[in-house]
Design a protein around this ligand. Structure first.
Ligand code: PMP
Length: 420
């Protein structure tokens, strides 16, 4: 029962294991954009397991292929070839931007970023990195070292040497011009002083965990030009933004920039773990020693990913994400509440910045109250941001206008109820 599961959690998981809600719902079923808990309560999912379930929970069209593959061959490692893995690599070459063509398969986002960072070192024969404040790239030693969100960092135990943070170009409520100028200036200074030791800069095209932060037009173009002048690669961390989430197949397409290395994970397997780092022929050659990942490109995950790509194409999920994202954003902007400071993001990756005008309650506490109230009304919503005060909407891309309408109506009622 529910009590047992909470007691067991307290007894056996790490105390630091992060959950949403005072009592996390016990989800026992899912069907496309809907989730069901142990009391058979139905929820509309507006977080998609942090941007993973783009094609919906237990999507029957995709599961059919997964199960067929499970019955054929479950696992081999890259030491032997399987059709799904090479076919997936070929399909990815078709959808990745520019002349990014070759893929290395791993399992998690952290691992793929770690691989991308190793690749950048091998190619440039340099070893330092640049990252943005507010970015999140993983939980491994090196990826956590370039993660710019203080609450996740194990600060005393991370790599510091040759790691440089640049301020993300974001300023709430005031002109972006200054923030862009400052960020580019910092980048220029770091490159001039340390460019000889820096191999790559990591950027999430929209910061997810950092609070749905999108960059102003031309910012990334200018970043790319500065990096190129110093022979520093651009790694696009599309772990959270990839595969239609933002209304483009990959979010970097919004900026007209082609990265040197692209990293993807989460939505590629729609719940089956698979991740990638991919690059051009030339850069891939630099990985000049044998490398293999036990589970990377596993036939079940690869076959599922192929099915995911087919499903996204067949059901126009990229266009749907763009259209429904605009619809949701517009509806959120119509809500009049003193608790909303700003609505940000694009496609179905939207953030609602919460503000508190009352000294007795923080914006993070208000955000938690919104999540609790929305859960009671049957909606699973996310949160993120440096202060955990951004309400995040990242639903499965198969969501409907009706789902959006009922969610926004509930959100309006909740914001009305929680007034300080
Ligand atoms: N990069 C980004 C942008 C992410 O959002 C995440 C996870 N939220 C990661 C990397 C790490 O991925 P994983 O948890 O699969 O290791």
């Amino acid at each position: 029962g529910p009590d047992t599961i909470i007691t067991m959690r307290q007894e056996y998981l790490f105390p630091a294991t992060a959950h949403f809600y005072k009592e996390p719902p016990q989800i026992i079923g899912g069907s496309m954009q809907y989730l069901f808990d142990h009391n058979n309560k139905k929820y509309v999912d507006f977080f998609a397991g942090v941007s993973v379930m783009n094609c919906g929970h237990s999507n029957p069209e995709i599961l059919k292929d997964t199960i067929e593959q499970l019955n054929n061959i479950q696992h081999t490692t890259t030491l032997y070839l399987t059709q799904p893995m090479v076919e997936l690599a070929q399909r990815l070459a078709e959808v990745f931007p520019g002349d990014i063509k070759r893929t290395f398969f791993c399992v998690t986002g952290s691992e793929a970023n770690e691989g991308a960072m190793a690749l950048a070192r091998l190619y440039t024969k340099k070893n330092g990195f640049i990252a943005l404040t507010g970015g999140l790239h993983g939980r491994t030693h090196l990826t956590l070292s370039v993660t710019g969100i203080p609450m996740w960092r194990l600060d005393d135990h991370l790599v510091k040497e040759n790691i440089f943070f640049i301020e993300r170009p974001y300023s709430v409520g005031s002109s972006y011009e200054e923030a862009i100028e400052k960020s580019l200036q910092q980048l220029d200074t770091v490159l001039k002083n340390h460019g000889k030791n820096i191999c790559a800069m990591l950027v999430e095209p929209i910061q997810g965990n950092g609070g749905i932060i999108m960059y102003p037009e031309n910012y990334l173009k200018k970043v790319k030009a500065l990096l190129e002048a110093h022979n520093v690669l651009l790694i696009a961390d599309e772990v959270q933004t990839g595969y239609g989430r933002t209304g483009k197949m990959f979010c970097i397409e919004h900026y007209g920039v082609v990265p040197d290395i692209i990293v993807t994970a989460k939505a590629l397997g729609n719940g089956i773990p698979i991740s990638t780092f991919s690059t051009t022929d030339e850069i891939a050659k630099a990985y000049n020693r044998p490398s293999a990942s036990t589970f990377g490109g596993n036939p079940v995950a690869a076959q599922t990913a192929l099915s995911v790509l087919n499903y996204i194409e067949k059901h126009n999920l990229v266009e749907k994400s763009d259209e429904l994202g605009k619809y949701l954003k517009h509806k959120l902007e119509q809500i009049s509440s003193p608790l909303i400071q700003e609505i940000r993001g694009c496609g179905l990756m939207l953030g609602m910045q919460i503000q508190s005008a009352n000294p007795s309650i923080t914006s993070a506490e208000i955000t938690d109250m919104i999540l609790e109230e929305m859960k009671d009304r049957g909606f699973i919503i996310g949160k993120n941001g440096l202060n955990r005060d951004v309400v995040a909407f990242q639903p499965p891309l198969v969501i409907s206008k009706e789902d959006i309408d009922v969610m926004v109506a509930s959100m309006e009622a909740v914001l009305e109820k929680i007034s300080f």
